[in-house]
Structures are given as C-alpha cells and as structure tokens.
Design a protein around this ligand. Structure first.
Ligand SMILES: C[S@@+](CC[C@H](N)C(=O)[O-])C[C@H]1O[C@@H](n2cnc3c(N)ncnc32)[C@H](O)[C@@H]1O
Length: 262
C-alpha cells in the first residue's frame, strides 16, 4: 500500500461521524469553506464541467456546500476517497462515492469520453510526502484534458522556516506528510503541466496537541518532547507554533490554487 494510504489507515479512528467535529470543526464550517467554494464556482462558470470530482473528499462536506450554494443541475458530483469510514458518512444522494486513490484513479472512472472534468481537493496534497508530490501532480494533470481545471486548497507556508517547523513536528509525530512553501508548490504545479490562474489565502487550521495526540496516537512523553524539540529548534512562532503548558498548538496555513491544464 502506498505511504499516503498508510497515513490514512493510521488516522481512520477520527474519520466518519467524528471528522466534522474534530479540529475545532474546521472541516465542517461553511464560513471556513467559503473562499474555496467561491473559487470552485468561478471555475464551474469558466469551464462548464459535466463532473466535479473531490479528491480526498472525506465526508462529502465540500460537495454538499457547493450544492447548498448552487444546485448545479446536470453536473455529477463524485467524492473520491480511500477511507471507507469517510465515504460511509457521505449520505447525500446527490453525491456519488468512489473508493479510489487520488494517486491512481483514472479519468475514465469519472467521466464519459466526451465529458468535461473539474478536479477539486482540500487538504490532501501533503499526504503525498516530500518526494512524491511531483509524480502525483503529474498523475492528476494526466487525467485532465487541456483547458480543464484543478482547484485545490493545500497546506503551505509563505515562510520556509515556518514550513520547516511544521515538517519537524510532523516528522516527530512519525508521519510522512510534508508541507511546502507557496513558491515550491507553485513551481511543482508548473512543472507538472498546470498554469496558475489564481492563488488566494484560506483560513488557517488550528492544531492543538491534544487533538493531534488522539489523531496519531501520541503519548504524553512524545507530545512533551515535540514541544521541547521544535521549540528549541524553531523558537516560539505566533500563529505557527507555540508551547502551551504540557503541550503545543500549531497552525497549518492554506492557500487556494486555481490551476488550468496546459
Ligand atoms: C484532511 S482530510 C480532508 C477531507 C476533506 N477534503 C475536507 O476538506 O473535509 C484528508 C482526506 O483525504 C483522504 N485521502 C488521503 N490520501 C488520499 C488518497 N491518496 N486518495 C484519496 N483520498 C485520500 C483521507 O481519507 C481524508 O478523508
């Protein structure tokens, strides 16, 4: 099994019903999702897709939000995920569910030969790790016809020191997730064959160490050593990494990328 799918297995206990209330309800908050749904709907107007596929779509919240904002008659919506528990929590009959990996799905699984496809995603590129980003972006590009779009909200930092700090924290938690700078991600998207139409900021995600401990099964000693180790190496960084008594709080920064296949 690919490493991003191993990551999913490890955190499956917080998938399904629990997901919406986790991390201060970030992933079920319409206000948090608004900049991304607005970017997706602009691309719907520009590209007129027959199918919108949400890669790593989880419980289907993002697709439901799109439908709440606009009924999208005639457009098929597909939630693509490798977590059964997430897909089972997607109960909306207007949304199709596909158990498949963003790393290996094929265009023909989603759309008829003459159909137009729009790919969207929120918070999944970091599952691909440091060395696998480019091949996976190339795979996504390969599933699109020229002119079709990929609109995604991805975790990335303006400052390379902030990205390094979060990468250290995630490495100490024993994950292979990887956070790039905005510049690195833009360069990788270009190299994979996308042209960038727009990049805009999205609300940051607050990560309390008690939630991370539950998500990744961390003991109190490990949490304390992450607090000390990352604090010593990177210092206190407001709205990126701060110590809090026995633990720490970190923030994942996000940007929304509207990309066109070229
Ligand atoms: C951080 S959650 C985000 C869920 C959803 N996009 C949202 O914003 O609420 C990441 C999701 O991606 C899924 N995932 C991770 N790697 C994946 C992959 N290679 N293919 C498909 N889904 C994946 C996980 O199962 C999980 O549902």
């Amino acid at each position: 099994m690919a490493s991003e799918e191993d990551s999913v297995k490890r955190e499956m206990k917080i998938h399904g019903q629990r997901w919406g209330s986790f991390h201060h309800r970030y992933f079920s908050d319409p206000e948090v999702a608004e900049p991304l749904t607005a970017a997706i709907l602009s691309s719907v107007d520009a590209a007129r897709p027959d199918v919108i596929a949400d890669l790593g779509g989880g419980t289907g919240f993002l697709l439901r939000e799109l439908l709440r904002r606009r009924p999208l008659p005639g457009v098929r919506l597909v939630d693509v995920d490798v977590s059964d528990r997430q897909l089972s929590a997607c109960k909306d009959e207007r949304i199709e569910r596909l158990f498949a990996s963003a790393a290996t799905f094929a265009r023909r699984d989603l759309v008829a030969e003459d159909g137009r496809l729009l790919l969207v995603a929120r918070s999944i590129l970091h599952y691909f790790g440091n060395s696998d980003l480019l091949p996976h972006l190339r795979h996504l590009r390969g599933q699109l016809d020229e002119g079709e779009r990929f609109v995604h909200q991805s975790a990335c930092f303006e400052d390379s020191g902030d990205a390094a700090c979060l990468n250290r924290v995630y490495e100490m938690m024993g994950t292979e997730k990887w956070y790039f700078t905005i510049d690195d991600l833009e360069a990788a998207l270009g190299e994979a064959g996308f042209s960038l139409c727009e990049v805009r900021p999205a609300p940051p995600l607050r990560l309390d160490s008690c939630d991370l401990a539950e998500r990744y099964g961390l003991g109190a000693d490990l949490v304390a050593s992450i607090r000390e180790g990352a604090g010593r190496e990177f210092g206190e960084r407001p709205e990126v990494f701060i110590s809090t008594g026995e633990g720490f709080t970190a923030w994942l920064h996000y940007s929304i990328f509207t990309c066109r296949a070229v």
